[in-house]
Write a protein that binds this ligand. Structure first.
Ligand SMILES: *[C@@H]1O[C@H](CO)[C@@H](O)[C@H](O)[C@H]1NC(C)=O
Length: 235
């Protein structure tokens, strides 16, 4: 009996040791119009990529190559998470249609129409500073937190939103919310820190927003293999 206990404890230890040591790798293409062959090449790379994060909607509009990129990935056994980059419209008089509510609902409608398996895929809502006219965040932390509430509330109204997480960085988060918005830490967090380490050893000095642990990290950027220019991610 003791032997059995020791064996199962050893297995447990090995399992937790292994998961602490080696993360599952993915990538974020900076452009989504890549070919099927390039996806195959990425799948076969020594990095052993398992998924991609693909921007589907950003400030300037929808990515019409998204669906293609998603199915090319699926064809070679890679899964796809979508990234939504909201435009923060503070000028509701000038652009009355582009309330946060309308924007999120339109995005999710489009997302559902374009996805075959919406219930498995994940959406990261990207929270970062931007310089785009009429899309920038406010300078007030509390107002920004209210805007994020609105985005998440609208996202949760749609079934697919069970799979929603927040993507940001310490720098962006602190610039937009300071420490005035620590209530969303039950959402999975994907943080960015380009320290070239495919693990979470930096989390203690990178943490923000009340999260105690992250789910995913983008750790590297720049030119990559298979002629795909991408950021690298681990979870
Ligand atoms: C994290 O990755 C770096 C770079 O590969 C490595 O030097 C370090 O030992 C790793 N830390 C942990 C806790 O695995």
């Amino acid at each position: 009996m003791n032997k059995l206990l020791i064996i199962s404890l050893t297995i447990l230890l090995i399992a937790s040791f292994a998961s602490a040591q080696k993360g599952i790798l993915g990538f974020t293409p900076l452009y989504s119009g890549y070919t099927q062959e390039q996806y195959l090449c990425m799948r076969n790379s020594e990095n052993g990529f398992k998924f991609q994060n693909l921007v589907q909607k950003q400030i300037w509009g929808y990515d019409r190559y998204h669906k293609e990129g998603q199915s090319y990935a699926a064809n070679v056994g890679l899964s796809t998470n979508s990234i939504y980059i909201p435009c923060i419209n503070l000028n509701n008089d000038g652009f009355p249609y582009f309330t946060q509510e309308n924007e999120v609902l339109t995005f999710l409608k489009y997302y559902k129409q374009n996805y075959d398996n919406v219930y498995e895929d994940f959406v990261w809502i990207l929270i970062e500073q931007n310089q785009a006219q009429n899309c920038q965040w406010h300078s007030d932390f509390v107002i920004n937190c209210g805007i994020l509430d609105e985005i998440l509330t609208q996202a949760r109204r749609v079934t697919v939103a069970n799979n929603i997480g927040i993507m940001s960085s310490k720098n962006d988060w602190n610039a937009l919310f300071g420490n005035k918005c620590n209530k969303h830490s039950s959402y999975p967090l994907h943080y960015k820190n380009y320290d070239n380490k495919a693990n979470f050893s930096d989390w203690n000095e990178q943490k923000f927003g009340g999260w105690t642990k992250p789910t995913m990290k983008t750790y590297s950027k720049g030119k990559y293999e298979c002629y795909i220019d991408s950021d690298l991610t681990v979870y």
